[in-house]
Design a protein around this ligand. Structure first.
Ligand SMILES: C[S@@+](CC[C@H](N)C(=O)[O-])C[C@H]1O[C@@H](n2cnc3c(N)ncnc32)[C@H](O)[C@@H]1O
Length: 249
């Protein structure tokens, strides 16, 4: 399980992105951020250089966030971004976001996720870092960390429907995977659609926004609500023994 190395790329990540996609990837990360204002316990996997977490903290005044990213340099950049806004103008990292975020430099595949801890999980351009086997192992492990009724934000590339759009996106994705495999030793060599794995864990799509004909999508998924507590047999017979007829009998 060799982790990719995003450290050398990290300081250049934002300008390379701007040169290739303009503001479209930041649009994708934050397209549904206004829907997340009520989240309180948040897990962000593969945050990168902090542009999502900064926007999220600005929209959500109360959430506590845990970030996991394997790259120490990405985490250092994200920490600065999340903590900026203190007003001193130096990017000193002491802004209001600082106390609300905890940071973990780790391979997300090796993390032990606490059960039913988070009401929001965020994976922006992160699930695309994994091949089919890794993804099939990772998604169920991460899904246990979601509370019943919790949400999972997935911002990522998709192969759009239609022959021409599909073919064009495959060419672009092949070039991107070539670049990332060269610069970061990314283990994945092609885009794997995570949606069947999310559906298999009982998650359902709530909302989606897309651009470039569906090449960029931001999707919000919901985990199933907690099952209602079953009434035990003794409690049920007690209900029968006393009181008037109830409509649920
Ligand atoms: C393609 S970048 C995406 C960064 C950011 N989320 C974005 O929207 O641009 C992937 C990020 O995930 C991190 N990453 C990749 N593989 C990882 C792994 N196995 N465990 C934890 N983080 C990982 C990288 O360090 C990098 O910050």
């Amino acid at each position: 399980m060799t982790p990719p190395r995003f450290d050398a790329l990290a300081p250049h990540y934002a300008w390379i992105e701007a040169a290739s996609f303009g503001g479209l990837l930041q649009w994708c990360r934050t397209a549904l951020v206004e829907d997340l204002a009520d989240a309180r316990r948040v897990l962000i996997l593969g945050e990168g250089d902090g542009r999502f977490v900064r926007a999220f903290l600005a929209h959500n005044p109360a959430a506590r966030v845990h970030v996991v990213d394997v790259s120490p340099t990405m985490v250092a950049l994200a920490r600065r971004r999340a903590g900026s806004g203190c007003g001193c103008g130096s990017g000193c990292g002491s802004g209001p976001g600082r106390e609300r975020v905890t940071w973990q430099v780790a391979d997300a595949r090796a993390v032990e996720y606490p059960r039913a801890e988070y009401d929001l999980i965020v994976t922006n351009f992160f699930l695309d870092c994994f091949g089919p086997d890794d993804l099939a192992r990772l998604i169920p492990r991460v899904a246990v960390a979601l509370q019943p009724g919790g949400r999972w934000l997935v911002g990522d590339f998709r192969v759009p429907p239609g022959r021409l759009a599909g073919a064009a996106s495959r060419v672009l994705l092949a070039a991107m995977y070539g670049f990332f495999r060269l610069t970061t030793r990314l283990p994945a060599s092609r885009l794997v659609d995570p949606r069947p794995l999310l559906l298999a864990r009982g998650l359902t799509p709530l909302r989606a926004e897309s651009r470039l004909g569906g090449f960029l999508t931001s999707e919000l998924w919901s985990s199933p609500p907690a099952p209602s507590t079953p009434i035990h047999r003794e409690e049920r017979s007690a209900l029968h023994d006393e009181g008037p007829e109830h409509p649920w009998r």
